[in-house]
Write a protein that binds this ligand. Structure first.
Ligand code: TRP
Ligand code: SF4
Length: 525
């Protein structure tokens, strides 16, 4: 996205979402902070979040939040989209801290979960009660009250608890055990650096991070499968850590190599290039020698300058040390956490030419993908989890109805799913708009739908699946045919009936919820 929230590339989306965010350049991704994300573009550049639009064509009949760019980013969503399209197993999971009433921001995530469930996914909704207790200091009484309310809304919006899974962190022993296990792969300095923890940070608070890591990997406990975590971008640090931990738990790592020594990623890139250029320097291109490749790097004539000096130095040093050893592409299995048995079994299972070393095995006939698959298979057969790195999708935060950010501490800025329908109506009627000072100006210049919280309500919620309606509101607004008074009246009416309907469905959901094997009242004190 460009600064103004429009797309950098490609055509204009059929329906615009909000105007994106302007203002501060700083992006703070703080899972517990009050931050809004002020510049989504930075998320792509600095944090490596991918643009959702790029994966959109692979998604079978995408959700309107995807079509409208409300879901704007992702990490590694491709495997999930592909599994969905191929009717293969996949999962979706998200968690909610029961710190207040569920509001229309939570509805985005509820809808995302429900949509994945309707597409055949194995879907989990969890109540992050341990986190609410440890990170926010809520009492168990407060937590119980909100827990029920979140679950009622999730079910009322269409989640099928018989097909999917609902749980509370505090009563899920498997999650807590997995959290403990994952804790063997993370240390204090790392958590400190990611979350700004210091010597004063309570231990339970840290433990709640590991609990979330376990939540995220929980859908894969029985078998590995592509799993998406729909969340706001503030949760990205958690997703990145979970992806790392998933890898650290694996029995084997699979990399590519060219000789017996180990390579860093940059070095591997350089050596791949050196191998491709072997005709230029090898006296026998069928059998290029390490020292010859080192010479090519020293010469530098065909080495692109994107490589850091250190990379050039370290790579050629490794090559020189290997001397006359031939360069031969291979895939390498690294022993990370494998039992001796599993390591032996992997050696057995590798077809074709292979060479066994102290903590790794080189295979000359397998390609990378086949090697990954084999490593996972052997791991699972020998009691490992074989986790796939979890994926994520990120939605934009809604602008507050009073302008600025939507905040649960400013009731007029947001709409709770429990708001009295009449109050919901009034809040929309009093919302800030992107309208001009006078009706004449509005007719002449058109409204600024891209900066209008009311338009956002249409796009994120009120227009529902009806793109035509959302587009109509947008076009009429910017074309000057729509005036804010009428527009808000229409939105306010829609909000009133949405709330009425939702609250009725919540009452109907009560029985279903009570019939579930879910502790609504905690034993904890
Ligand atoms: N930390 C999340 C929040 O602040 C809640 C949460 C706990 C969560 N476990 C999760 C979110 C797993 C996504 C996936 O709201
Ligand atoms: Fe917003 Fe509607 Fe006014 Fe346009 S007409 S600025 S969408 S309230």
């Amino acid at each position: 996205m460009a600064d103004d929230g429009t797309r950098d590339r490609g055509k204009r989306p059929p329906v615009r979402s909000d105007g994106g965010a302007k203002g501060a350049d700083d992006v703070a991704l703080d899972p517990w902070g009050a931050s809004t994300v002020d510049d989504y573009r930075k998320l792509f550049e600095e944090f490596g979040i991918e643009v959702f639009e790029d994966v959109l064509p692979r998604v079978p009949s995408p959700h309107y939040l995807m079509r409208r760019g409300v879901i704007f980013g992702h990490r590694d969503y491709r495997p999930v989209a592909d599994a969905m399209a191929a009717d293969e197993p996949f999962a979706a999971l998200s968690g909610f801290m029961p710190t207040g009433d569920p509001h229309i921001g939570h509805k985005l995530v509820f809808d995302e979960l429900i949509w994945h469930q309707e597409r055949g996914g194995d879907v989990y909704g969890l109540i992050a009660d341990l986190e609410a207790h440890a990170a926010r200091g809520l009492s168990w009484e407060e937590i119980d009250e909100h827990t029920e309310s979140y679950l009622l809304s999730l079910i009322a919006l269409g989640f099928d608890p018989e097909d999917g899974t609902l749980y509370r962190q505090s009563t899920n022993r498997e999650v807590q055990d997995l959290a403990f296990e994952l804790g063997t792969k993370a240390n204090f300095s790392e958590l400190g650096a990611i979350y700004d923890f210091d010597g004063e940070t309570e231990v339970s608070y840290m433990q709640s991070v590991l609990t979330q890591m376990a939540d995220i990997l929980y859908p894969q406990l029985e078998e590995p499968k592509p799993t998406v975590i729909p969340v706001g971008p503030d949760q990205d640090p958690h997703v990145r850590l979970a992806r790392d931990l998933a890898g650290r738990m694996r029995y084997f790592g699979v990399t590519e190599a060219y000789a017996s020594f180990e390579l860093e990623d940059e070095e591997r890139e350089l050596l791949t290039l050196a191998f491709e250029h072997r005709e230029e320097y090898a006296s026998d291109p069928e059998l290029p020698r390490c020292e010859e490749a080192a010479f090519w790097i020293h010469e530098g004539a065909s080495v692109p300058d994107r490589f850091a000096n250190e990379t050039l130095l370290s790579t050629s040093r490794k090559l020189e040390n290997a001397g006359k050893e031939p360069l031969r592409p291979r895939v390498r299995f690294l022993d990370r956490n494998a039992t001796e048995e599993a390591f032996e079994a992997l050696i057995e299972a590798i077809d074709g030419e292979k060479r066994v070393y102290e903590g790794h095995i080189d295979s000359f006939d397998l390609d990378r993908e086949a090697a990954e698959e084999l490593a996972r298979e052997v791991e699972i057969e020998h009691g490992g989890y074989g986790f796939l790195p979890p994926s994520s999708i990120y939605h934009r935060f809604m602008t507050g109805l009073t302008g600025g950010k939507m905040s649960s501490s400013i009731p007029a800025s947001h709409i709770s799913l429990l708001d009295d329908p009449g109050d919901g109506y009034e809040k929309v009627k009093s919302a800030t708009t992107g309208g001009r000072e006078t009706a004449e100006k509005q007719r002449e210049l058109g409204g600024k739908a891209d900066e209008c919280p009311v338009y956002e309500l249409y796009a994120y919620l009120l227009a529902n699946d009806d793109d035509e309606f959302a587009t109509e509101v947008y076009d009429e607004c910017v074309g000057g045919e729509r005036l804010c008074g009428d527009c808000k009246e229409q939105a306010a009416e829609l909000m009133r009936s949405f709330l009425e309907d939702h609250q009725e469905k919540r009452e109907e959901a009560r029985e279903l919820l009570e019939g579930l094997d879910l502790e609504l009242e905690s034993d904890r004190r």
